[in-house]
Every structure is written in structure tokens, then in C-alpha cells.
Write a new protein. Structure first.
Length: 295
């Protein structure tokens, strides 16, 4: 299969590229940069090539692309002008969609975010959870979804509303920040310690699911939440990190007025046969793969 993968130099994009290539796919990486160390390593692999392009500009892409996986995004949490989110998360999707229609692409897989929901007031988040006051980032992701929905009569697509992505050198998720402190032996403040937690997914599980989506037909436009299917408490989650890291970090429990929530993956499992590794094995792997690098 010929796959156009945007954001290929990023954390998720580079992992997916290697995984897709290992499965025998032809991968065309698309990124604003084409000379990073990550790109150089990928260029050593057969069936990979890179296109340097800025999707905020009109994109005249390659022919004979079967599927697009759109991971590229402006995702920095603060200090980013609204115009950057519009350009990189909305205009970019619009230009990619226009190209996809013209090129006859067969399907699009879009990396969206749980941030779409904004201020979550429910204990369990599913695809029908109300969207309340999302951040600019959340809004930009939601608009990206709507842009793909607009062309769903021509190209089927699916938006994956993702939690924190775990893997080697993960930086953004809450668990990555906690693990940094755990490696240093620092104490960890935990809020709502007895509440459930599953707001994470390992890149290996995400990549396996995407491989299945590529093999199967999509219809129209759909959106699904992804996360670890198993739920443990917030305190148990942090204890697993400390245990596997073997450090002297201690947990300081505090209560918070913010609502803690878990993410329902029932739709993903029922409709798309989504599977995830047990959360404890995900946490163990996350610690092991980052011990040497000490994220």
C-alpha cells in the first residue's frame, strides 16, 4: 500500500513510519523539514521517501496514494498565537483534503485529540460527551474533523481522538512528566488518587490499530476515542511507574475540585475491533524503554 504520512519527523509519525515500512508498505513522509536525524534514519530504509512541504500552502502531492495518515499538528500547550493553530491545524487539513480528493486517495486517518471535549463534566468520556469550552488547540482539531466530514462523500475518513501517547522519548503527556520526576527520585503529588485512570495509549498499540484500519474498508466519516481499555486508579498508575523505575519517590495525595474521568473505548472495540495492552504492561514498557534516555 502507498501511504502518505504527515508529520513524519515527529514522535508519533516517525514510529508509525518505521512500523508501516516493516510491514512492507511504501511510505511517503511529508514534513516541513527533511534533514533531521529521524528523517536520515528513515531514508536508510527501503520503500521510504520524503517530501518537504508546508501544508498551510496549497499542496500538489504525489499520485497513486492509497491512504493518508495525518499526524502533523501544532500541539504546543501555550504561548502559541491563534494564527498558528489556524494555519497548521485547520488550513493544513483543508489543503490536504483538497489534494486527497484530486488525487483519488481512498481513505484518511486523522490524529485528533481528547482535547476536543474541552471542560469535561462527565466521569466517563465517550463520543457523545458534550464539547464545552475547548482550548484553541481543541477547537482547531475539531474543525479539522469537520473539514474531513465535509468530503466524506468522496473519501472516507476516521478521526482518532487520542489521549497521551506513550513511547520512547515521550515528552508531552502527564505520565511522561511524572516519569521524569520518578527517575530523579522526587516525590509525586497526585490529585484525586482514588479515581480511575486510562488516559494513555502506547504507540505500539496505536500502530497495530492503524494497520488494521488500513486493511479494512472505511465508510463516510467517523470519530472514535482511544485509550487503554483497562482502568486502574491514579495512585496505582504512579505506583507502577515508581515500582518499575526502582526509585525512592513517594506519593503525596491531594484532592482536587477538577473532575477526573476515564475514556470509554467501547465504540472503538465494538465497531473497529480495537485492542490495547493491559495498562500495567504499558506502564512497565514505558519505564523500561526510557530508563537509558531518562526522559
Amino acid at each position: 500500500m502507498n501511504i502518505l504520512l504527515t508529520g513524519v519527523s515527529g514522535f508519533a509519525g516517525s514510529y508509525l513510519a518505521a512500523d508501516l515500512l516493516e510491514s512492507g508498505n511504501n511510505v511517503i513522509g511529508l514534513d516541513k523539514i527533511d534533514d533531521s536525524d529521524v528523517i536520515k534514519k528513515l531514508l536508510n530504509l527501503k520503500k521510504f521517501r520524503i517530501i518537504k512541504a508546508d501544508l498551510s500552502q496549497k499542496f500538489n502531492g504525489p499520485d497513486n496514494v492509497d491512504a493518508i495518515i495525518h499526524t502533523a499538528a501544532e500541539a504546543r500547550p501555550s504561548g502559541v498565537p491563534v494564527a498558528e493553530y489556524i494555519k497548521n491545524n485547520m488550513t493544513a487539513v483543508e489543503n490536504l483534503a483538497l489534494y486527497a480528493v484530486e488525487a483519488g486517495v481512498k481513505k484518511i486517518i486523522f490524529f485528533s485529540s481528547i482535547s476536543v471535549y474541552g471542560e469535561i463534566e462527565n466521569k466517563v468520556v465517550d463520543e457523545d460527551t458534550p464539547i464545552i469550552n475547548p482550548s484553541v488547540y481543541g477547537i482547531s482539531k475539531y474543525i479539522g474533523e469537520l473539514l474531513l466530514k465535509d468530503i466524506s462523500d468522496k473519501i472516507p475518513s476516521i478521526a482518532l481522538r487520542l489521549p497521551g501517547l506513550l513511547g520512547k522519548m515521550a515528552k508531552g503527556p502527564w505520565l511522561a512528566k511524572v516519569l521524569q520526576k520518578v527517575f530523579k527520585g522526587e516525590d509525586i503529588t497526585v490529585y484525586n488518587h482514588s479515581e480511575g485512570f486510562n488516559n494513555a495509549i502506547h504507540l505500539s498499540d496505536l500502530a497495530a490499530f492503524i494497520q488494521n484500519l488500513l486493511k479494512n474498508d472505511l465508510k463516510g466519516f467517523d470519530v472514535i476515542n482511544l485509550a487503554c481499555s483497562e482502568v486502574i486508579t491514579v495512585e496505582e498508575t504512579v505506583k507502577e511507574l515508581i515500582k518499575n523505575a526502582g526509585t525512592s519517590s513517594e506519593i503525596k495525595n491531594k484532592e482536587s475540585e477538577n473532575i477526573s474521568f476515564i475514556i470509554s473505548t467501547e465504540k472503538a472495540k465494538r465497531v473497529y475491533s480495537f485492542e490495547s495492552s493491559p495498562i500495567r504492561s504499558v506502564l512497565e514498557r514505558f519505564v523500561i524503554e526510557n530508563k537509558e534516555s531518562k526522559i
